[in-house]
Design a protein around this ligand. Sequence first.
Ligand code: RB5
Length: 149
Amino acid sequence: MTANKRIVLSSDHSAIQLRQDIAVHIATLGWEVVDIGPTTPESTHYPKHGKAAARLVASGDCRLGIILCGTGQGIMMAANKVKGIRCGVCSDTFSARMIRQHNDANMLSLGVRVIGDGLALDIVDAFLTADFEGGRHATRVDMIEPLEG
Ligand code: RB5
């Protein structure tokens, strides 16, 4: 399977079950899932998991990434510190579609304490089935990376 169907999943301790449910779901859609854990419920620190997933996307090893924590916010902040990562937190399908179409997001973040499991899977579907539109949006996206210090 080529790198463009590889997707990395990670989370902190709060979202292990939902992450594993998402892994099963997207594997049925033909994605090669690289689930980097964690798998045990001890309290852990979302920045290290966000960073680890983001590095696999930034390196090109995985085309996309999905990360989760309680709100989706902390792990998103960590992932966005990795050069080349564009990660958005989504709690609705419209935003999940738009961050692909207009922002060329390469990572999606979800908050397990914010949304239910059914909505989470719909958001994942919206994210994975949308494509970047390019054009004027590419001009804007190209302005993001130079902002990185
Ligand atoms: C962990 O309790 C919680 O703070 C974390 O999952 C996340 O919500 C942080 O943004």
